[in-house]
Design a protein. Structure first.
Length: 649
């Protein structure tokens, strides 16, 4: 008979406040195979771990059951611990009596009975556990970073600096993401370009970074350490190997299109570089705006190009990259005009969004940094800024706080006043959230020095009145009705995940929350890991955050990649599935059930097989298998049955 130890954690009051820990230990200790049963308020702490270590050594335990929080929290901690005491790590089981018991029940007696059932069933499982060895696989120490905003750039540079190769995939023709569009940045008001452009230049020159712009991931196959990425490069109609960047084509092109980079506030030529500091500084042709590609007329750029670089026959191209890890840094967008029509966005020309205002503020923007109304080019004397447009609005937008708008709106009001000395800025807000270092001071300074007027409350109406935009609302602090005839209105629209991120996440088997932001494996303990091993995340793709937080998170994602690459091979959990081939009928139901592509039918041998390194041990194929031919190591059928028997006892 196995000698099993049971260690019950009180988790402070989290478990002990509901479950009678002493009774639990006493009852479970009566079982013959349980040679030690102990409790401690914090089993994951040093004294708690020491208690388990000593018991394993002194009592010569064969298996251990730790009754505590969810295995996603500390299974790894306890398995590592028992390993140091000489026990096979897969002889350690976690009985979740917190999330599955104390947190969901108020009745102490009932909760204690249930906790006892859970622990008994895990003791039954431990009884059947076998020693397992980790599966080893080779490791390709190249990483693919998807998205080259500041988060992707920071991650790429940090990994590249440590000597590993990086493939940086960006769907735009330039790198830098939204930061390239910003003017000056809170709370220090240093210019965005001055922080960003040295980094974009470094990326462009770095020998360990392979930059793939105009590109998106088409498909990812394989597993941690050994992924194959298929990348689709869009047609640019310009051969960048030949192009010298002389700019003649852009100058002579007769067709104009709306500039996406200037967020529709300006036009650009159908063949153009999006902005002068763009990296790479190479032109692409906007097919929809190009007369040659639409009607086979014009073709001036091709005629005048001295390098013969224009290629109207260019087609999308697929390339493959072998990599060992992926970082998703796909960033954000702001809420589209269809969702915020009630604020006049898209209908009233002088109602613009925050990123458009950034372009007006920017020295390299469409007005050369002067604040001008889109409708008539006049300098606005009164500007109303409206916060929480679509954020913290369950009815019409999203329930979450977009986290950066209080700060960038305060910045906008400040910078506006720096540019229009006689101007007045008004801000409608719900609450001011300024939690970063120096942030509250920044807001207060704006009130004091630039005279920004704050009104606490949502606006009730906004409409065009002559050449003004009338904004009506209530200041809920003074109970006063507010009515302003503004020259311009700037909306702090909700931050939303970038377009196409859900589909991309599905390709990578990474979860998203109900709004489409990437789900981390654990919000506190694994904040940059996804549930798919080897796939990490950084920046706004995970949740709204400012540049300092984005850069910190990107650095953390980079260090996770570096630590993954620190060994020479990858270890994979051995709790994977296997096939009892003599009863397998090759029906294929396991293949259908597996979302990790770990199951396949060997047509020659007429049996189902398992690619162990792809198997995540979710057990979906075990339940799908009609005759029990698929079994999971250390969750075998007889173990499951004895666990159920214990519950029914
Ligand atoms: C109006 C406004 C003002 C702001 N002002 C400040 C400020 O003053 N200070 C501050 O700290 N923060 C500010 N911010 C926040 C700042 O913009 C973000 O913190 C930062 O840009 C986030 O960087 P990111 O790399 O995560 O995302 P992004 O900048 O969005 O970059 C993501 C990149 O990924 C690319 N991408 C997306 N999907 C794919 C795909 N499928 N394949 C390939 N590439 C893809 C995108 O093209 C983009 O280049 C402001 C934000 C707004 C809206």
């Amino acid at each position: 008979m196995k000698r099993i130890g049971v260690f019950v954690c009180g988790c402070g009051e989290n478990i002990a406040g509901t479950v009678d820990i002493d009774r639990l230990v006493e009852e479970i200790g009566k079982r013959e195979e349980v040679v030690v049963a102990e409790n401690y308020p914090y089993m994951c702490s040093e004294p708690g771990q020491e208690m388990i270590y000593e018991a394993i050594v002194e009592q010569e335990l064969d298996a251990a059951v730790v009754a505590a929080c969810s295995p996603s929290m500390h299974e790894e901690t306890f398995r590592q611990l028992v390993g140091t005491a000489g026990m096979n790590p897969y002889q350690c089981e976690i009985a979740n009596i917190r999330e599955q018991c104390s947190w969901v029940h108020a009745d102490g007696e009932g909760a204690t009975d249930k906790a006892l059932d859970i622990v008994k069933s895990m003791v039954a499982k431990a009884r059947g556990d076998r020693d397992l060895e980790e599966i080893k696989a080779s490791l390709n120490k190249r990483v693919m970073v998807i998205g080259a905003g500041i988060s992707g750039i920071q991650t790429a540079l940090e990994v590249a600096e440590s000597g590993h190769e990086v493939v940086l995939v960006e769907r735009n023709s330039y790198i830098g993401g939204h930061m390239a569009q910003l003017s000056e940045t809170f709370p220090t008001l240093d210019c965005s370009q001055c922080i960003l452009t040295p980094k974009t230049a470094q990326v462009n020159r770095h020998p360990n970074i392979e930059l793939r712009v105009n590109s998106e991931l088409e498909e990812l196959s394989g597993y941690v350490g050994n992924f194959t990425a298929t990348i689709r490069k869009k047609a640019t109609y310009v051969d960048w190997d030949k192009c010298t960047g002389c700019g003649d084509c852009q100058e002579k092109c007769p067709s104009e299109v709306k500039s996406e980079f200037e967020r529709g506030l300006d036009t650009e030529k159908a063949i153009s570089v999006p902005f002068p500091q763009a990296v790479p500084n190479m032109p692409t042709i906007n097919a929809e705006g190009c007369r040659y590609l639409q009607e086979e007329k014009c073709g001036i750029c091709q005629q005048i190009c001295p390098a013969d670089a224009i290629d109207f026959a260019d087609e999308p191209d697929l390339v493959e990259e072998e990599i060992g890890a992926v970082v998703m840094a796909t960033g954000y967008e702001i809420l589209g005009q269809d969702k915020i029509a009630e604020y006049g966005y898209g209908q009233i020309p002088d109602v613009i969004d925050g990123l458009q205002f950034e372009r007006l503020l920017s020295a390299s923007g469409p007005t050369g940094g002067e604040i001008r109304r889109p409708s008539d080019g006049r300098e606005p004397e009164e500007v109303v800024f409206i916060q929480c447009v679509g954020s913290r609005d369950e009815e019409k937008g999203y329930p979450y706080c977009s986290r950066i708008c209080c700060m960038y709106t305060a910045k906008h009001a400040k910078l506006y006043k720096h540019k229009v000395d006689s101007g007045q800025a008004y801000i409608f807000y719900m609450d001011i959230r300024a939690g970063g270092k120096g942030y509250e001071e920044f807001i207060q300074e704006g009130r004091r020095q630039e005279g920004t007027k704050y009104f606490r409350g949502r606006i009730s109406r906004l409409y065009r009145e002559g050449d003004k935009v009338r904004v009506k609302g209530v200041d809920t602090l003074s109970d006063e009705n507010i009515e302003i005839d503004a020259d311009m209105v700037v909306l702090a629209s909700a931050i939303v995940p970038n377009t196409g991120v859900r589909e991309l996440a599905q390709k990578l088997k990474v979860g998203t929350d109900e709004h489409g932001f990437l789900n981390e494996a654990h919000p506190k303990l694994k904040p940059v890991e996804s549930l798919t091993r080897g796939i990490f995340m950084a920046g706004m793709a995970q949740a709204p955050k400012d540049i300092p937080d984005t850069v910190s998170q990107a650095g953390f994602a980079a260090s996770k990649v570096k630590s993954l690459f620190s060994g020479d091979e990858i270890s994979h959990s051995p709790t994977v599935v296997y096939v009892e081939e003599d009863i397998c009928t090759a029906c294929g139901q396991c293949v259908e059930a597996c979302v990790y592509d770990a199951r396949e039918i060997n047509e020659k041998r007429k049996v189902a097989e398992v690619q162990e390194v792809l198997c995540e041990g979710c057990g979906a194929c075990v339940t799908a298998c009609p005759n029990g031919a698929t079994q999971q190591r250390n969750t075998e059928q007889d173990q499951m049955l004895s666990m159920i028997d214990e519950m029914l006892d």
